[in-house]
Design a protein around this ligand. Structure first.
Ligand code: CUA
Length: 177
């Protein structure tokens, strides 16, 4: 079969592009743990603070030792805007919005979710190094968007040396699963 040279070039070009796309999807899925949202839980955004799930935002430790961070996003703050979590333990973040769509990103990690009013965003993350992490809103939510930030302070394990200033903001090996 005779295929014209230019046609062959275009066919190979298209095949290479498809291959690159498939590799990109594979790398983002398996190396960076990028996942579509799978936790579907609804909430009335106009009554977030009356809802028992979010009436007392903050950090709780269940009887089985699992750590939960409950947080409310609003223009232009996170409530609470600073939380302490333990190092080396899975921490489940549960976040909702009482007004518009916000983002919740722990800078330097792949702990990152949209916070859509009407829904509860949830993910679990294990911090491998102690230290302070910056939380930013990464969805434009209004005139104060750039001021909307918080802190996650990862406490060292009991008995361990206190976190030194030399600890990097985030270890590259930290990946949410
Ligand atoms: Cu909240 Cu941008």
């Amino acid at each position: 079969m005779n295929v014209d040279l230019y046609e062959r070039i275009w066919m190979w070009g298209a095949a290479v592009i498809v291959a690159v796309f498939l590799v990109a999807i594979g790398v983002s899925t398996f190396a960076y743990a990028v996942r579509p949202p799978s936790h579907v839980e609804t909430i009335d955004p106009s009554a977030v603070m009356q809802d028992p799930r979010f009436a007392t935002p903050g950090v709780t430790t269940a009887a089985d030792g699992s750590v939960h961070v409950t947080m409310v996003a609003m223009t232009f703050a996170f409530l609470p805007n600073e939380v302490h979590v333990p190092v080396g333990k899975p921490v489940t973040f549960r976040i909702t919005s009482m007004d518009v769509t916000h983002g919740f990103e722990i800078a330097g990690t792949n702990a990152n979710t949209m916070v859509v009013p009407g829904y509860v965003s949830q993910f679990t993350y294990t911090f491998t190094t102690p230290g302070e992490r910056l939380v930013v809103c990464n969805e434009y939510c209004g005139t104060g968007h750039h001021t909307m930030q918080g802190k996650v302070i990862v406490d060292p394990a009991p008995g361990a040396a206190p976190a030194s200033a030399a600890v990097p903001a985030a270890a590259p090996a930290e990946v949410a699963r």
